[in-house]
Design a protein around this ligand. Structure first.
Ligand SMILES: *[C@@H]1O[C@H](CO)[C@@H](O)[C@H](O)[C@H]1NC(C)=O
Ligand SMILES: *[C@@H]1O[C@H](CO)[C@@H](O)[C@H](O)[C@H]1NC(C)=O
Ligand SMILES: *[C@@H]1O[C@H](CO)[C@@H](O)[C@H](O)[C@H]1NC(C)=O
Ligand SMILES: *[C@@H]1O[C@H](CO)[C@@H](O)[C@H](O)[C@H]1NC(C)=O
Ligand SMILES: *[C@@H]1O[C@H](CO)[C@@H](O)[C@H](O)[C@H]1NC(C)=O
Ligand SMILES: *[C@@H]1O[C@H](CO)[C@@H](O)[C@H](O)[C@H]1NC(C)=O
Length: 335
């Protein structure tokens, strides 16, 4: 989860709190309707391949966990799934399991996160995540993929599209930001005309267009549920989990720093996606990216937040599959 303002401190990293709950796409029995859907921290779950994966050991000493699912011979473009910061591939299990029914899916645990050990590097950078993804695709001899990215994974997806255009067919970017401090486009930008340049003030009015800290968000599963999908339980370097979290937060505080020029480098079909109640990323980020990436589409998902993919997987998965299967003539869709 991102929170660029340390003053709005996180009670804990919510990605590390996930527990075991059913993978059903409807309301789960543990859903408490007296609390808005976007105020829950949802749970990660198992991949249909039994969470079996392997390592790509880079010559730098960085080891990357990855797994593949689905039919290698599918006529659909393979999909690379990139999870959010401090997390792991299991947070994307509902999308991976759905897409793997019709196509090949590749998931990687970001360096230092999930099952990928935090060793032989210190700082976290989106550009490294980007090169890691290319290394895995090279290793698997996959020339071209579509990307489904969430949060840090969506930022990496855009980094890939900017710099490796021949390898990236399209990007579904959910919950990304382009500026660490979310100051662009700022209060004078016509895209957003709120006084603060963010939409924080709308929180007081219960508006649907705001970003706040994740204070007060509640975990859906009982706090004492066993949770296999924590850094401590997955990582080969469990003693480094706290250091990893701090390293990722340092990255969030300083990266990315992209503007219109960077967005102009993206020349493939893109949907910029966000929850209308994203409490981690401000709306100006999605608006700016959708405006600056040539021919990008923008999708605001209703009644969900940063964790939309687990809060409302039925709607989210429909959007993902629809986008992945949409025909594009260059960057414009045709029907
Ligand atoms: C639902 O959440 C409300 C507010 O926290 C709480 O008072 C209530 O007991 C919860 N209900 C269930 C069934 O957990
Ligand atoms: C690759 O990395 C994993 C995770 O760090 C490690 O367990 C494994 O021994 C490494 N394999 C080789 C051949 O170095
Ligand atoms: C990577 O880190 C491990 C554990 O500290 C160490 O044993 C190994 O030599 C390192 N590999 C490289 C290539 O630096
Ligand atoms: C991708 O492009 C952006 C914008 O020019 C740049 O900041 C970034 O360093 C590039 N990333 C890589 C991996 O080359
Ligand atoms: C926002 O919602 C809260 C809780 O439902 C309510 O107490 C408050 O009055 C609402 N604020 C406005 C401005 O409607
Ligand atoms: C936000 O970060 C950018 C660098 O990316 C910097 O130029 C700008 O001054 C920062 N704005 C604030 C309000 O800190």
């Amino acid at each position: 989860m991102r929170s660029f303002n340390p003053a709005l401190s996180l009670p804990a990293l919510p990605f590390l709190w996930s527990g075991l709950v059913s993978a059903a796409s409807g309301p789960s029995s543990s859903f408490n309707a007296s609390i808005p859907r976007w105020e829950w921290w949802p749970n990660a779950g198992p991949l249909d391949n039994g969470d079996r994966g392997q390592y790509l050991n880079l010559s730098s000493g960085v080891d990357l966990w990855y797994t593949t699912m689905g039919d290698e011979c599918s006529e659909h473009t393979p999909v690379l799934i990139l999870h959010g910061g401090t997390g792991n591939s299991n947070q994307m299990y509902l999308q991976a399991n759905m897409l793997a029914r019709t196509r090949r899916v590749i998931l990687q645990d970001t360096r230092g996160e999930g099952r990928s050990p935090y060793q032989n590097f210190t700082e976290f950078h989106y550009d490294d995540f980007t090169r890691d993804a290319i290394a895995i695709l090279d290793h698997l001899q996959i020339p071209r993929v579509a990307v489904l990215g969430w949060s840090d994974g969506a930022i990496t997806g855009l980094d890939l599209a900017m710099n490796y255009s021949s390898r990236i067919e399209r990007v579904f970017a959910h919950g990304a930001n382009i500026q660490a401090n979310m100051s662009i486009p700022g209060h004078d930008d016509p895209i957003i005309n709120s006084d603060s340049g963010s939409l924080d003030s709308d929180f007081a009015t219960n508006g649907t267009t705001y970003a706040i800290s994740r204070r007060g968000l509640r975990r859906r599963a009982a706090e004492d549920d066993a949770d296999p999908y924590t850094c401590e339980n997955l990582s080969p370097t469990p003693d480094k989990c706290a250091a990893m979290e701090q390293g990722v937060i340092n990255m969030w505080n300083t990266e990315p720093t992209w503007g219109p020029e960077a967005m102009l480098k993206v020349r493939c079909p893109v949907w910029i996606v966000d929850g209308d109640h994203d409490t981690s990323v401000e709306r100006n980020q999605a608006d700016a990216m959708a405006a600056w990436i040539p021919f990008a589409g923008q999708l605001l998902l209703p009644h969900v937040g940063h964790d939309a993919l687990m809060e409302d997987p039925k709607f989210f998965n429909f959007a993902v599959e629809y986008f992945m299967d949409m025909a594009f003539d260059g960057v414009l869709p045709y029907y």
